[in-house]
Structures are given as C-alpha cells and as structure tokens.
Ligand binder design. Structure first.
Ligand code: FES
Ligand code: FES
Length: 173
C-alpha cells in the first residue's frame, strides 16, 4: 500500500505563482507563514474560532487554519498583502485607518480579508442569519455588518471603528 504523505502544491498567492512541497497534514495557514514567508495571516486560535487567519481562497473568505494546503492546490489566495499590491491602501483599508478600526494589528489582516469577502457575499445577495426573507436584497446596516463579521474577534474592542469603516466603504454612512 502506498503511503504518500507529501504533495507538490501550486498556489497563486497575492498575484505570484508559488510552488511548495508540503506534508499533506499542513494547513494553508502554516504553509503560507512557514513555507512561503507570507506572514500577514495570523495564527490566533488555530481552530477556526478567531478569524485572525482569514484569507480569500478563489475570492471567498476562509479560515486558513482549517484548510489543508494540499487541498488548496491550484487556487488563488489573497492575503492582506494582496489587498494593497502596490503599497497603496485600498479604500477599505483607508477607512480602517480613519475610523481607528485597528489597534493591536494582530486581528486586522483577518478583519480586512473577511470584510472584503463579506462585501462580495452581500453583493451577491447571500442572506445572513438575520434575514427574514431569504430572497430580499441585502441591506448592510450596522446589525448586518456585525452579524456577518461575527467570525472575527478583536480582543481590544475596536469593533465600533471596524463597523464604521465597513459602513463607510459600502456608502451607507
Ligand atoms: S487562527 Fe484560524 S480562526 Fe483562529
Ligand atoms: S485590533 Fe486586533 S485584537 Fe483588536
């Protein structure tokens, strides 16, 4: 019986094609940080509870600590670095700065990636747990933003600034 425990994985990370040889048990988060030296995504809980490791996998937000790198082969990964590829802050990042939506910086990469993913989900009409009518258009008021960002924890309490920044970026403030 063959016991292959390593895989050659191709990933496009923040616009660059990368190739790694990884143990099949390694998470995408560890592959990014340890193998590829992409340290924007942070390891908080390593079990899907804090959101610090959030990246966009083929445009959808995921907790990278819960995804196996080997299973992500062939995908596009966008981390916080990819949100400002030329070093110029995106409007969302600028709004985080202006509204004091970041303090420690540890959860901020995940918060930003999650916000980008959340805005895309809302734009596609995906309902949240708050939705009464699952087919109604999504209105990103404060309660909706808080619900949709609930997977990302901020221990120091920058939530009001984070919500304000996202609110501004969707033009509802
Ligand atoms: S490190 Fe992945 S959710 Fe906390
Ligand atoms: S800004 Fe990161 S924990 Fe609060």
């Amino acid at each position: 019986m063959s016991t292959q425990i390593r895989s050659r994985v191709q990933l496009q990370v923040d616009g660059a094609q990368r190739s790694i040889d990884v143990d099949n048990r390694v998470s995408l988060l560890d592959a990014l940080r340890r193998e590829l030296n992409v340290t924007g995504p942070k390891k908080g809980c390593d079990q899907g509870q804090c959101g610090a490791c959030t990246v966009l996998l083929d445009g959808r937000r995921v907790n990278s600590c819960l995804v196996l790198a080997a299973a992500a082969g062939g995908s596009t990964v966008t981390t916080v670095h990819g949100l400002a590829p030329d070093g110029e802050l995106s409007p969302l990042q600028q709004a985080f700065v202006e509204h004091d939506g970041l303090q420690c910086g540890y959860c901020t990469p995940g918060q930003l990636c999650s916000a980008v993913g959340m805005l895309a989900e809302a734009g596609a009409g995906w309902p949240s747990l708050l939705a009464g009518d699952l087919t109604a258009p999504v209105e990103l008021d404060e309660a909706e933003i808080r619900e949709r960002m609930a997977g990302n924890l901020c221990r120091c309490g920058a939530y009001p600034g984070i919500v304000a920044a996202i609110t501004e970026s969707v033009g509802t403030r």
